[in-house]
Design a protein around this ligand. Structure first.
Ligand SMILES: NC(=O)C1=CN([C@@H]2O[C@H](COP(=O)(O)OP(=O)(O)OC[C@H]3O[C@@H](n4cnc5c(N)ncnc54)[C@H](OP(=O)(O)O)[C@@H]3O)[C@@H](O)[C@H]2O)C=CC1
Ligand SMILES: O=C(O)[C@@H]1CCC=N1
Length: 270
């Protein structure tokens, strides 16, 4: 099988690394291309033992799957470039806010999957939301699920839910890193000793959420002694409206995904 990545940035690399580490893809030929950053292609081909090319015709001619991983602003160019060579190959888009309807308006009626993974794909820990258009074959659906299962968890959702998945888990790791930056600053006196405490605290909390069978609220209550330190700390989070800030953050990212989608669709009268 041959899989071609159009775009060679953070998301393509996260998926390539995840797939190279997965048994299921050891025999798969992975190819990658980008706009013009040859150095980046050389780095990826050397690091992951994959192939690269700028010859779109030969890249796509015998491809089984084409994975579109460019920024939304470059989507129209990239789709128009590949359109003449798309002859029923499965197209998987990982772009925020680009609907299957928009993609079909350029490529024509063809099998399309939309996925919203995140960069934890690099270590096989993405949380991916997946949706398919009506032209997808069962084998292509299974192949798409197996690609994203190789790099983390997969949940099939209605296409209308992908904006929310984008705002929640596509962007989600960045929110967590932002909190970690704050924790690091607050623990500056510990210097480099702070990070192991932070990382293990996050790992432990994530595992408790996954395995304890208790709700986040129950888990939080179990830590919060009356008159204790956690209560004092959480009072500050409440004073600073952190919960509201988080709700607004996810809502705004979700709404932005919708705005991107509508911009594309309006440009093509969809
Ligand atoms: N980063 C993330 O956490 C996530 C990103 N996504 C989605 O993935 C997509 C890619 O994001 P990310 O990897 O961060 O972006 P990057 O900016 O890191 O990479 C974009 C890539 O697209 C290439 N490119 C631009 N135009 C073309 C073209 N016409 N033909 C071929 N390649 C082209 C660029 O090449 P060059 O460098 O030569 O210009 C670059 O390799 C986005 O649409 C985003 O919505 C989804 C989930 C998570
Ligand atoms: O910031 C973005 O637009 C992309 C989509 C999800 C994560 N990164």
């Amino acid at each position: 099988m041959k899989i071609v990545f159009i775009g060679a940035g953070s998301m393509a690399e996260a998926m390539i690394k995840g797939m190279k580490n997965a048994k299921a893809f050891q025999q798969t030929e992975l190819w990658v291309t980008n706009k013009n950053d040859k150095e980046r292609l050389d780095l990826l081909t050397e690091t992951y033992d994959i192939n690269s090319s700028y010859d779109t015709r030969s890249l796509l001619k015998d491809a089984d799957i084409v994975i579109l991983a460019v920024k939304p602003k470059d989507a129209s160019d990239a789709l128009h470039t590949i359109q003449p060579y798309m002859k029923g190959q499965l197209l998987i888009s990982v772009l925020a806010g680009l609907s299957t309807g928009y993609i079909e308006s350029i490529i024509g009626p063809s099998p399309i999957a939309r996925a919203m993974p995140n960069t934890s794909a690099m270590i096989g820990q993405s949380a991916t939301g997946l949706t398919f258009n009506e032209h997808i074959l069962d084998t292509q659906r299974e192949m798409t699920v197996s690609i994203f299962s190789a790099i983390g968890s997969v949940t099939q959702v209605e296409e209308t839910r992908l904006d929310l998945v984008t705002g929640l888990s596509g962007s989600g790791p960045a929110y967590i890193y932002y909190i970690v930056e704050a924790m690091e600053e607050a623990a500056a006196e510990l210097g480099e000793d702070a990070m192991p405490f932070i990382v293990q605290t996050l790992k432990g909390a994530a595992q408790m959420l996954e395995t304890s069978g208790r709700t986040p609220r129950e888990l939080r209550k179990a830590i919060t002694s009356e008159g204790g330190t956690t209560e004092a700390g959480i009072a500050q989070l409440e004073y600073h409206h952190v919960k509201e800030a988080f709700t607004a953050c996810i809502k705004e990212a979700t709404d932005h995904s919708g705005r991107l989608r509508r911009q594309f669709e309006q440009a093509h009268n969809i």
